[in-house]
Design a protein around this ligand. Structure first.
Ligand code: 5MM
Length: 343
């Protein structure tokens, strides 16, 4: 099979109506933070058991087309001995892998950060592919203040994202390009719009410079939303978030991009579902709008699980419900009343 056909097949499997991605790619420090909320330590067995629980959820493949994994998970097995990437495939879920190596301060740009991990990436991708990964993910992070992010940070992160995406496509791996404008801070939705527009413009310029084939990538952006410390009065309505997010995408994202899958970024699970739903009620758009949530999918089942095998079935039910509601949101059919009740 040619590399182009391989990429197309993977994109077709990832971008399907009414389906989204499960982001289960928390690095060591992040998963430790999540586990702390349920009072368990982060050791290899708990991490394996949690990711096994997620991937073995009966029926998950009806609403989830792909899962983003962390390197460690690629080599782990289920309780029944099945390699976890294989377990995902058995559910009709495409396995992917987070390949960035996290962020560090950007030199000469106080307050800005740059994502690292390009050195040796081609070699690592070859190994991940052997372990079953068909797509990859790289996250660039932009802090907002009246002066941040700097032009330097916007350009440097765009260049790294594009370089990563080009390396992935050469390897037959579909890149998820994830520029995250953080919700942290007290900024207005207008400032979030301004920064997101500048970031996405620069990202797509860089992707063009690096000859990335837009049809063979997926965009994972943040929504345009007021800062989480902005105070209740400054918070925008669901309709405003939807309108401003779609407005910024229309200005910056070429129609050739097949799928846009949002991160949840610290929104509550219900908020993330409602915002996605409102966007999908705004009429026909050039790209499918779906989800690639981490916290907004995992928080409720994590609280139900609490690290106990006896709670696994209930936790899976909770996960399936969130996945189903987000699937409804992909069609603009979600109603708040659907939150009540079990199933
Ligand atoms: C922004 O985080 C990504 C989406 O998760 P949320 O929906 O919770 O915002 C997520 O995939 C993230 O990139 C991974 O959890 C890895 O994060 P770290 O900080 O561990 O690199």
């Amino acid at each position: 099979m040619s590399t182009a056909s391989e990429l197309q097949n993977t994109v077709d499997a990832m971008v399907q109506p009414g389906k989204g991605l499960l982001a289960a790619d928390e690095s060591g420090p992040t998963i430790a933070k999540r586990f702390k909320t349920i009072g368990i330590e982060s050791n290899e067995e708990y991490r394996r058991a949690w990711r096994d629980l997620l991937l073995s959820t009966p029926g998950l493949g009806e609403f989830v087309s792909g899962v983003i994994l962390y390197e460690e998970t690629l080599g782990q097995r289920s309780d029944k001995g099945t390699p976890l990437p294989e377990l995902a495939v058995s559910q009709g879920i495409v396995p992917g892998i987070k390949v960035d190596l996290g962020k560090i301060p950007l030199a000469h740009a106080p307050g800005d950060e740059i994502t690292q991990g390009l050195d040796g990436l081609a070699g690592r991708l070859a190994g991940y592919k052997k372990q079953g990964a068909r797509f990859a993910k790289w996250r660039a992070v932009y802090n907002i203040s009246p002066t941040l992010p700097s032009r330097l940070a916007i350009e440097a992160n765009a260049d790294a994202l594009a370089c990563y995406a080009a390396i992935c496509q050469e390897a037959g791996i579909v890149p998820i390009v994830e520029p995250e404008v953080l919700m942290d801070g007290n900024h207005t939705i207008a400032r979030s719009f301004e920064v997101t527009e500048a970031v996405l413009h620069e990202v797509f310029h860089a992707l063009h410079r690096h000859k990335v084939v837009l049809e063979h990538m997926v965009l994972k952006p943040s929504m345009v939303i007021a800062g989480s410390e902005a105070g209740a009065g400054a918070q925008a309505t669901v309709e405003d978030v939807a309108r401003q997010t779609v407005r910024v995408l229309k200005r910056t994202v070429p129609a050739a991009v097949p799928g846009v899958v949002f991160l949840s970024g610290g929104q509550t699970p219900e908020q993330a579902t409602a915002n996605l739903d409102a966007m999908n009620r705004l009429g026909v758009l050039p790209w499918g709008l779906s989800f690639s949530y981490g916290r907004a999918l995992q928080e409720p089942p994590l609280q139900a699980w609490k690290g106990l095998a006896a709670n696994a079935a209930v936790a899976q039910k909770v996960l399936l419900k969130r996945a189903r509601l987000n699937s409804e949101a992909c069609f603009g059919r979600y109603e708040v009343g659907m939150e009540r009740g079990e199933g």
